[in-house]
Design a protein around this ligand. Structure first.
Ligand code: NAD
Length: 260
């Protein structure tokens, strides 16, 4: 039961972040949503969650590529909810290209959003967690935080970096009642992955369903997507007392991807 806990979930207007925000709210946590999207849709999301779960839900449009806006997000969350106990670093983007053709400005934005943003949120939120002698930091890395694939230089570098950052924060907060872990999903069917499936279908002139089967078959022994709700439930577990000594680790929900 997370009643009274206050959570920030970055990139929670879609996909995995939204699944995590819903699961935390369903367990009683107050939530600060963040991410891009249509203002009306986001407003509906916010009030829908408040009604369904009886918790307070705020929203910040902070851009996770901008350090000053990230500090603003943490300040806004602390102001609206009265503090910060749970931080889920989930916002992320993808860009695929061979390393020698990788656009420099895409490299910079993938590193900023998928890695540096977590440094900035953690830096701002850790002192607030220490105040209450309790905290949970969950970094959404990836199977690509543990192993590589071609054409994903920035993403793989950022996710490996995030796994490293997770370990350092775990050590530094080890005796403060605060844990820091990474979750490493394999394929989850969200807009981020749908774009890659559509690109494959178009590049090879095959139906989208076939491109989806190929994508799963290439890397993931279990030919089935992990659902955002499942990552949400696992995040709730990481916030529970049962997980109080689980820290500095990476947990794969990847259908066997990294067992190979
Ligand atoms: P998604 O595209 O559905 O959602 C991404 C979210 O991040 C959205 O809410 C978007 O608005 C937000 N976002 C993007 N750029 C932002 C920015 N600059 N500032 C603030 N918010 C921003 O993607 P998803 O698949 O749900 O991905 C979520 C996380 O999970 C990412 O870190 C991704 O790398 C990771 N992940 C996804 C998969 C997968 O298969 N989908 C697998 C492993 C890891």
């Amino acid at each position: 039961n997370l009643k009274g806990k206050r959570a920030i979930v970055t990139g929670s207007t879609s996909g995995i972040g939204l699944g995590i925000a819903r699961a935390l709210a369903a367990s009683g946590a107050d939530i600060m949503l963040n991410g891009f999207g249509d203002a009306g849709e986001i407003d509906k999301l916010k009030s829908g969650m408040e009604q369904a779960y009886g918790v307070t839900v705020g929203y910040s449009a902070a851009d996770m590529a901008k350090p000053d806006e990230i500090v603003g997000l943490v300040e806004d969350a602390a102001g609206l909810l009265g503090g910060v106990d749970i931080l889920v670093n989930n916002a992320g983007i993808q860009h695929t290209a061979p390393v020698d053709e990788f656009p420099v400005e895409r490299w910079d934005s993938v590193i900023a959003i998928n890695l540096s943003s977590s440094f900035h949120t953690i830096r701002a939120a850790l002192p607030l967690m220490r105040k209450g002698s309790w905290g949970r930091i969950i970094n959404i890395a990836s199977a690509h935080g543990l192993v590589a694939s071609v054409n994903k230089a920035a993403y793989v570098a950022a996710k490996h970096g995030l796994v490293g950052l997770t370990k350092v924060v775990a050590l530094e907060a080890a005796n403060d009642g605060i844990t820091c872990n990474a979750i490493c999903p394999g394929w989850v069917l969200t807009p981020l992955v749908q774009k890659q499936i559509d690109a494959r279908a178009e590049a090879s002139g095959i139906p989208v369903a076939e491109a989806e089967r190929n994508l799963l078959g290439e890397k993931q022994p279990m030919h089935k997507f992990t659902r955002p709700e499942q990552i949400g439930e696992f995040s709730v577990f990481l916030c529970s007392d049962a997980a109080a000594t689980m820290t500095g680790s990476s947990y794969s929900l990847d259908g066997g991807w990294t067992a190979q």
